[in-house]
Ligand binder design. Structure first.
Ligand code: PLP
Length: 469
């Protein structure tokens, strides 16, 4: 393809994109493709000669689109949303047009300085105090890995990267049973070992860590000659929105000198609304916080915001400077590749800039408030139905429920229900387990969802449940 042909195709893709987003609600949310269908529709070998863009585009519509689950569907109530608002898609288009590799300040000064400014806008939006510095990571998993590596290095007096962990007292890291599996993987990759990830019991409606049990676990480890090194808290866990009592857990962490990291991958977006900040009291005392603007805030995937009280700890852990990465004679600049595990970096700050300017913070707050209010209203309606049970209460816009029928195993019944709902296609839900029981999650957070979309879930859920054989 010649660049001279690009604009025509670009216009066609832009038209297609607008039409897709305006009509995606008419499609079934989850792909109905059978396993292997897309694979078998794709030729086994690459073409030897050029093919016309017309043919490529037709195959995109005929082969790819039927195999897509529509994350931008207004009735996508499964997992957590991965929103792509219109201005962030435009910014991503521009970023891919100029395609800079933003590993160092000098490899694209605008990208670095935009990232510094956008992370500070987000810091203010979340009500975090001055002094927190931010970096955009590719995922919350990467941010958590970076934090775990930092806590490991701090605990080992910065010798772990050089000497490894051999011969060291086992490092112990504490978290609740509700954290995301990205924490487990970070522990594996950091060489700390799954057996040294201590699951502290939870208690209360928020399903948060019991600070007394945390202290007892640390004391027991010290008595056993182990080395307490870090604490990982969750604010808005994946299954039920579980939230640790941040201030009380940080009291314990501070007493024992533990580095801490707060995973608010989903719920962090809601903290742009001051009325939800009571869910993370004392957050200003955290060492490291991650949240994903690519989830609820509307930034096209991917964009993960990582805030650090003291970025020097992270840089000391991850920076490496072979000659070709040195930026001689440039004092006071930031090379963000020294703040993350990958070296190469995309220009992600651009879509934050487009998003925040295009909606304004108040516009974004209103969207989140609507989602939470509509989800709460749906919860109240379902709670009033005698054959449904609310299992966990709303945490922001997420809650869980079960359908009950006399004499039928509830796990089996609810697995059948969620499958039947997703086969139907009008809405999309996922299941989780709460204290061993299979339950169905509901969360509202799609950028373009409406009150009517959320309320349609009531009709779909009750109608399909009562029609189950
Ligand atoms: N933490 C929580 C609470 C999550 O819900 C998720 C994903 O949904 C993650 C971490 C992982 O996020 P990422 O896909 O950005 O690594």
């Amino acid at each position: 393809m010649k660049w001279e042909e690009f604009a025509d195709w670009g216009r066609r893709v832009a038209d297609w994109t607008q039409d897709y987003h305006l009509t995606v609600g008419d499609r079934p949310v989850r792909a109905r493709t059978e396993p292997g269908a897309v694979l078998s529709a794709l030729p086994a070998t690459p073409p030897e000669t050029p093919e016309a863009m017309e043919d490529i585009f037709r195959d995109f519509e005929d082969i790819v689109m039927p195999g897509i689950t529509h994350w931008q569907h207004p009735r996508f109530f499964a997992y957590f949303n991965s929103n792509a608002s219109a201005p962030s898609v435009l910014a991503e288009f521009l970023a891919s047009a100029i395609a800079p590799q933003c590993m160092l300040w000098q490899t694209s000064p605008a990208a670095t300085e935009m990232e510094t400014r956008m992370m500070d806008w987000l810091r203010q939006a979340l009500g975090l105090p001055e002094g927190f510095a931010g970096v955009i990571q590719d995922s919350a998993s990467s941010a958590t890995l970076a934090a775990v590596l930092t806590l490991r290095e701090k605990a080992l007096d910065w010798q772990g990267n050089h000497q490894g962990l051999f011969g060291q007292k086992p490092l112990r890291v504490y978290c609740s049973s509700e954290v995301h599996t990205s924490v487990d993987r970070a522990i594996w990759v950091a060489g700390i070992g799954q057996d040294n990830l201590v699951r502290v019991p939870i208690k209360g409606d928020w399903r948060g860590m019991d600070p007394d049990a945390l202290e007892a676990a640390i004391e027991a480890d010290l008595a056993a000659g182990l080395h307490p090194a870090g604490l990982i808290l969750c604010v808005g866990g994946t299954g039920t929105g579980a939230t640790d009592p941040v201030d009380r857990c940080l009291d314990v962490a501070e007493r024992y000198g533990l580095y801490n990291h707060v995973d608010a991958a989903w719920a962090g977006s809601a903290m742009i609304c001051p009325e939800f900040r009571h869910y993370w009291p004392g957050i200003a005392r955290a060492d490291s916080i991650v949240f994903n603007p690519h989830k609820w805030l509307g930034v096209q995937f991917d964009c993960s915001a990582h805030f650090l009280k003291n970025p020097d700890d992270l840089v000391r852990t991850l920076a490496i400077q072979p000659e070709y990465l040195k930026t001689h004679g440039r004092d006071g600049i930031i090379n963000y590749s020294e703040w993350s595990v990958p070296l190469g970096r995309r220009f992600r700050a651009l879509k934050l800039w487009f998003l925040m300017r295009s909606y304004g913070m108040e516009g974004l707050r209103q969207r989140l408030r609507n989602h939470i209010a509509w989800s709460g209203a749906l919860h109240n309606r379902l709670a009033a139905e005698p054959d449904f049970e609310i299992v966990t209460p709303p945490m922001w816009s997420l809650w869980t429920f079960r359908y009950l029928r006399e004499g039928v195993d509830p796990d089996e019944l609810n697995q059948r229900l969620v499958n039947a709902i997703n086969d139907d296609g009008r809405i999309y839900l996922t299941q989780t387990r709460v204290d061993g029981a299979l339950v169905i999650r509901f969360q509202a957070g799609q950028f373009e969802t409406t009150e009517a979309d959320v309320m349609m879930a009531f009709d779909v859920i009750t109608e399909i449940a009562r029609a189950l054989p």
